[in-house]
Design a protein around this ligand. Structure first.
Ligand SMILES: [Zn+2]
Length: 327
């Protein structure tokens, strides 16, 4: 029997999701281990991941000789071609970590590494909302805003790996809020969970719209979830905020639609989970904004894999870059 197993790793700040897939991306086993952040060189964590696979393979009677490759997702910027992570704050990796080189000390099959937003997009492309399409954009709306672009079936990395850093497109030209990146006005400052709170605190004193959120806003405890929940109940101020956020996301989507002409623009992350109210508002704003020929046939949809997108995408790295490459 030829090689038929894929190892997949989705490294997060607290846990690492691990999976063994077959070459059609059917999952044979999934489990998780605690993320070891004690070693800033990364070697210790990668060794523990390797050990976890060895242990699992022993139990399942799988042979390392049957492994096609290992795909790894990391929460930090990645130089894809070099296999190097350029620091990852959540992993206590302050400097560069050559993940491919370190893991290759333990294994003799190919190792492919990419950042978490890119693998989430690839996961949605393979098994999720972008299934069967080769041109897909995924926008992750969480604490920050992340993104991944799949064009002609491949992840767009750019010349130094910063392609699809969608969170830092400037959409607020007044630059009212500072971004973590050092600039201001990025979409992350108005369309992430933090961004929602920014907008609430900005508009609430200026508008005379009543809101059931007033006590929470006054005490500084309002969250993005409160805003979406209130909007669903018809709270006018919250609806105003949701429309604002939707306009920013639609603006980003309209830029993407003329740039890469995706079949699907997939909204994922904690904010998208808030339900249809955001999605419907984004669709409405998008169809008003987008250039008609490029929006034809482009659908704005919700992500369907949730937290599983990363591990599926990590396995997808091997399918896309090793298996399909060899055909
Ligand atoms: Zn920024």
């Amino acid at each position: 029997m030829t090689k038929h197993l894929i190892f997949a790793v989705d490294i997060g700040g607290t846990t690492c999701k691990l999976g063994i897939f077959d070459k059609n991306l059917t999952r044979l086993k999934k489990w998780a281990i605690k993320t070891d952040t004690s070693d800033p060189t990364g070697r210790q964590l990668l060794k523990k991941i390797y050990d976890a696979f060895i242990e699992q393979c022993d139990m399942l009677n799988y042979k390392l000789d049957d492994v096609i490759g290992m795909g790894i997702g990391v929460p930090g910027p990645v130089n894809f071609d070099a296999g190097i992570v350029n620091g990852a704050v959540n992993l206590n990796w302050p400097g560069k970590v050559n993940v491919v080189q370190l893991m290759s000390e333990f294994v003799d099959f190919p190792v492919v590494v990419d950042n978490d937003a890119n693998i989430a997009a690839l996961g949605e492309k393979h098994l999720g909302a972008g299934k069967d399409a080769d041109d897909v954009v995924a926008i992750t709306l969480g604490t920050g805003v992340g993104g991944g672009i799949i064009s002609n079936g491949k992840i767009v990395h750019g010349h130094n790996g910063s392609g699809a850093e969608l969170g830092h497109i400037r959409v607020d030209h007044e630059q009212r809020f500072d971004c973590n990146c050092g600039k201001a006005g990025c979409i992350e400052t108005v369309a992430s969970a933090t961004g929602v709170v920014n907008l609430v605190n900005y508009y609430h004193p200026k508008l005379s719209i009543q809101s059931q959120l007033r006590p929470l806003i006054k005490s500084g405890d309002v969250t993005a979830k409160d805003v979406f929940d209130a909007a669903k109940l018809g709270d006018s101020f919250s609806l105003f905020i949701v429309e604002k956020i939707a306009q920013y996301i639609a603006y980003l989507a309209s830029i993407l639609s003329v740039t890469v002409n995706p079949k699907y623009i997939i909204l994922g992350g904690g904010m998208a989970d808030a339900g249809h109210i955001l999605l419907e508002n984004v669709k409405t704003a998008y169809y008003q904004l987008a250039f008609t020929p490029s929006q034809e046939g482009t659908e704005i949809v919700s992500a369907s894999l949730g937290n599983e997108a990363g591990i599926v995408g990590a396995a997808g790295l091997i399918k896309t870059y090793i298996i399909e490459q060899e055909r």
